[in-house]
Design a binder for this molecule. Structure first.
Ligand SMILES: C[S@@+](CC[C@H](N)C(=O)[O-])C[C@H]1O[C@@H](n2cnc3c(N)ncnc32)[C@H](O)[C@@H]1O
Length: 354
């Protein structure tokens, strides 16, 4: 995954960038940047309106979110923003010169650290559950063919034990009794529904390295807020077969790590939050994007029909905004993404907009 995405011909560093292949909230609508701008204003007040307000976007793509934020922030606030894009890809041509471009997260941030759909692209290992316990999944990088490999390291096993408990193993048939021949010993994996299992081996995605990089990112904040927005899951509802998948040219494809497609897996967001909390030493807030955007004033409501005859152009603009917000808040799509706020050294309620 590391080589496929970030090696010399890696998908994210050699290609045209994420927006050419899939649609994130940032690309879906300026309403997303508007909500982040409102969040930034709340943070700015809580920080006492510093002369320089850092806004660091980790995994910035081609800098789209920072550009939109600068355009949407109130002029007085925009003038104090110090925008930094952190990306493994090179600085794109045509990026506004006021946006700084770096490959590493700076130290001593006072302000906002953003990570929209970054963590799902932080490489991870996949494990498969066998009668001998968890084993690494090995993949042929040209064909995508998978085979079980060595046992997991102690650190990864400990992570799985806590954050991705092994599936319930059921033994069907005792190996004796009248049905012995017709009903040999079968070990299957409980699939979450009562009585349901298909005899396949469960898979898990080991999020330990994501916890580490997130904790390190949060540790770069002196005072401020870290905000991660991503698709993910919680311990009580991990997907039995994992979520690893690929994207290319707007379509979902098998996650063959050959550099020709995105390779991504949902984020164990509660584990990431807990790792960040240990560094921030401050309680975190975790809600769905739908809830977050509504709290920040993007409700997706349609404009009143009566306004169509009074101001047809205004009505159409409001309708377009409403449908873009509806996409961002759709619980079956982008609205189901998680917003994780981790304040550092500052008291603020992230769900209260200005
Ligand atoms: C899915 S894209 C998200 C782009 C953008 N944030 C958005 O929401 O549209 C993930 C980006 O994270 C970048 N990335 C991954 N790991 C990184 C790291 N350790 N440092 C900087 N950028 C990274 C990739 O190069 C890629 O451009």
């Amino acid at each position: 995954m590391e080589r496929a995405l970030y090696g010399p011909d890696g998908f994210f560093v050699a290609g045209p960038g994420p927006a050419a292949h899939f649609r994130t909230s940032v690309h879906a609508s300026p309403a997303f940047a508007a909500a982040v701008a409102r969040q930034l204003a709340v943070l700015d007040d809580a920080l006492g309106q510093p002369d320089r307000l850092d806004v660091v976007d980790v995994g910035a793509g081609r800098g789209e979110l920072l550009g939109a934020l600068l355009a949407q922030a109130a002029p007085e606030l925009a003038a104090r923003i110090h925008p930094v894009a952190v990306e493994r890809a090179a600085r794109p041509a045509g990026l506004p010169p006021e946006i700084h471009w770096r490959h590493e997260i700076p130290e001593g941030i006072t302000g906002l650290l953003l990570a929209t759909e970054w963590l799902d692209n932080v490489p991870l290992d996949v494990a498969t559950y066998t009668p001998d316990g968890w084993r690494l999944v090995l993949v042929d990088p040209t064909t995508g063919e998978e085979t079980p490999g060595r046992a997991l390291s102690l650190a990864d096993t400990a992570w799985l034990t806590h954050w991705w408990p092994p599936p319930v193993i059921k033994e069907f048939g005792s190996g004796g009794g009248p049905d012995h021949d017709a009903n040999p010993l079968i070990i299957g994996v409980e699939r979450g529904q009562p009585g349901g299992w298909d005899g396949g081996w469960a898979r898990a995605e080991v999020g330990r390295k994501r916890d580490e990089v997130w904790a390190e990112a949060v540790g770069r904040i002196e005072r401020g807020l870290a905000l991660a927005v991503d698709y993910g899951h919680l311990r009580d509802a991990r997907p039995v077969d994992g979520t690893l998948t690929g994207y290319r040219d707007g379509r979902q494809v098998p996650p063959v790590p050959d550099g020709s497609c995105d390779v991504t897996a949902h984020v164990a967001i509660d584990s990431v939050a807990s790792a960040g909390e240990r560094v921030a030493r401050c309680a975190y807030t975790l809600v769905s994007q739908r809830e977050a955007l509504r709290a920040l004033g993007a409700d997706g409501g349609r404009p009143p029909l009566a306004s169509a005859s009074r101001d047809p152009a205004g009505y159409l603009r409001a309708l377009a905004t409403a449908s873009a917000v509806a996409e961002l808040t759709d619980p079956a799509g982008l609205g189901g993404h998680w917003w994780l706020w981790q304040p550092v050294g500052v008291a603020l309620d992230p769900l209260v907009a200005r």
